[in-house]
Design a protein around this ligand. Structure first.
Ligand SMILES: [Ca+2]
Ligand SMILES: [Ca+2]
Length: 173
């Protein structure tokens, strides 16, 4: 009888301990899951920002460059060093991805047309191809602000946008 009670007590204790280990908060398990880390800047990195489609990460640095990295594999896609002064302190894309805003170390705010955006690359995959052409065709006639298919940003998807895709067809592919 006494042995049975001890066994039950042990079983309850084991059960409680296993539950306690399940309830341990995940932040106590160590370092976060790093997807990738890359070097490449010649100065400290002051700011990073995801592109609106989530496919790219821009980084601004004291070295006076903004770099664009592909989120999926961490590949460096492009460098930008125009009008970046002596250093870039902050970087941010506009919600529609058409513009890039950044703050310089010389107390200047810059808004530029997104230098990483290829004219006519509607889906933002870096290549102007039939997918972009189809996107414009399917959205043909739509109007409104911030439509990705509105390549020339005039508020309507029409033949002008179609021509811009056609003129840049094959770019970046
Ligand atoms: Ca594309
Ligand atoms: Ca348009």
């Amino acid at each position: 009888m006494k042995t049975q009670r001890v066994q039950w007590t042990l079983m309850v204790l084991v059960l409680l301990l296993s539950q306690l280990s399940l309830w341990t908060p995940s932040f106590a398990q160590g370092r976060p899951d790093i997807v990738w880390m890359r070097g490449g800047h010649a100065g400290s990195v002051n700011s990073v920002a995801f592109s609106p489609d989530g496919q790219y990460l821009a980084s601004g640095s004291w070295d006076g460059t903004i770099k664009l990295w592909r989120v999926s594999d961490g590949a460096l896609v492009r460098d930008y060093d125009q009008e970046t002064g002596t250093g870039v302190l902050s970087v941010q894309f506009s919600p529609n991805g058409r513009f890039l805003g950044y703050g310089r170390a010389d107390a200047t705010v810059v808004l530029a047309r997104n230098p990483f955006c290829r004219e006519g690359d509607v889906n933002g995959d870096g290549c102007v191809d039939d997918a972009d052409l189809l996107a414009v065709l399917f959205a043909f006639g739509q109007s409104g602000a911030g439509l990705p298919e509105d390549v020339n940003s005039d508020g309507i998807v029409d033949d002008a946008d179609l021509l811009m895709v056609l003129f840049n067809f094959g770019s970046g592919c």
